[in-house]
Ligand binder design. Structure first.
Ligand code: G6P
Length: 371
């Protein structure tokens, strides 16, 4: 009923709008009064975590993209090497695992069969398994050595939204916690990132309040047959997630690429009028933003219609953007938290305008309990 959906037409739209609260809840109570990071449900000892010399993240679907972001964060803050692997591929390649490998399973439902089988395999190899999960008491956390629960609340829409944002939060928390335990980052830096995270709910709210341009954009794309998404660094998994959402909800062919890889093949796809959504990294010392800008110039010169997600105040892109969507200013590692929101809104709105059932897309299930 409309009441269950809080006045929204779809659970998905309700869940998109719940994201500021979901992120805030997932951050709640994670710091002691002395400013130490504290994870309640962390059942691995500090010594066990100090012994970790490799992290392998396994997940499926949207959760896999949260894992890709986690790799950037964990490696950056802890210098521990991280692999991210699709759960369905993991155990079939005889992965190298031992007691010093931490396997992180990310699953909103906690019931995905591919992910469950992967952690069972990891445990037979004596690896420690940590679950990031939204569903209390579900199978994956029950079979893991430790768990970080996300506090998104029940997610009903098949396509994950608040589940994803809170998984990202849990991944950042895990990365910072590992950094704290291993001593690779100092307290004041961890504190600074926590403050940046605590500002995210309000920033996501601003993106939601600003959605009218995204709705107008959706109306322009109801006859579109293909959309490309480009990103770099932590924006690359955002591009992949944006493309997945369009496939899941609007049944439109969509692909995400790392922008630097364009010239190695995908640029051949560009033709007159092809919409290309670009997640532009914040301007910084590493010139990622500048390289992205030149990639955007390249596709536009070949006729693409460029739709650019750009941080507030960055005007470098203006001459090459057909449409600009403004994002709040956040550090590059945290940008997925704000950048994915317009892409969720875009897919949800476009699918709605095309007349599709957004909560129950064809052929999909909320949790897939077969391999
Ligand atoms: C299904 C859903 C996806 C989800 C994936 C992983 O395929 O349709 O939206 O991302 O499973 O689910 P999990 O519950 O393990 O995060």
């Amino acid at each position: 009923s409309a009441a269950e959906k809080d006045g929204h037409d779809w659970f998905m739209r309700k869940e998109i709008h719940e994201q500021p609260r979901a992120v805030a809840d997932s951050l709640l109570g994670r710091r002691t009064p002395e400013g130490h990071l504290h994870l309640d449900e962390m059942r691995l000892s500090d010594q066990e975590l100090r012994d970790v010399d490799k992290v392998i993240i396994i997940a499926c679907g949207t959760s896999f993209y949260a894992g890709m972001v986690a790799k950037y964060a964990i490696e950056h803050w802890t210098r521990v090497p991280v692999e991210v692997e699709l759960a369905s591929e993991f155990r079939y390649r005889d992965p190298i695992l031992d007691y010093s490998t931490l396997v992180v399973a990310i699953s909103q439902s906690g019931e995905t069969a591919d992910t469950l089988q992967a952690i069972r395999h990891a445990r037979t190899q004596r690896s420690k398994v940590l679950a990031i999960c939204n569903t209390n008491g579900s199978t994956i956390p029950r079979e893991s050595d430790a768990v970080i629960y996300t506090h998104a609340g029940p997610e009903i829409g098949v396509a994950s939204t608040k589940g994803f944002l809170t998984q990202l939060v849990a991944c950042y928390l895990l990365a910072l916690y590992l950094a704290q335990v291993k001593g690779t980052r100092y307290g004041d830096e961890i504190d600074q990132v926590m403050q940046q995270l605590e500002a995210i709910p309000e920033q996501v709210q601003r993106v939601l309040d600003d959605a009218s341009s995204i709705y107008a954009m959706a109306a322009d794309h109801v006859d579109t047959r293909s959309v490309l998404f480009l990103g770099r660094h932590a924006g690359y998994p955002v591009a992949l997630e944006g493309a997945l959402k369009l496939k899941e909800l609007a049944y439109i062919h969509a692909e995400g690429f790392a922008a630097g890889e364009l010239k190695h093949g995908p640029i051949a796809l560009i033709e007159e009028g092809l919409p290309v959504l670009c997640v532009v990294p914040p301007a910084g010392r590493d010139q990622l933003r500048d390289k992205m800008v030149s990639g955007i110039q390249e596709v536009r010169a070949r006729g693409a219609r460029t739709i650019c997600l750009v941080e507030d105040g960055d005007d470098a892109i203006t001459p090459y953007a057909d449409v600009i969507i403004r994002l709040p200013r956040v550090p590059v590692l945290l940008q997925p938290l704000v950048a994915v929101v317009p892409l969720q809104l875009f897919a949800c709105e476009l699918a709605t305008q095309m007349g599709h059932d957004v909560d129950q897309p064809r052929n999909l299930a909320k949790s897939v309990t077969v391999e």
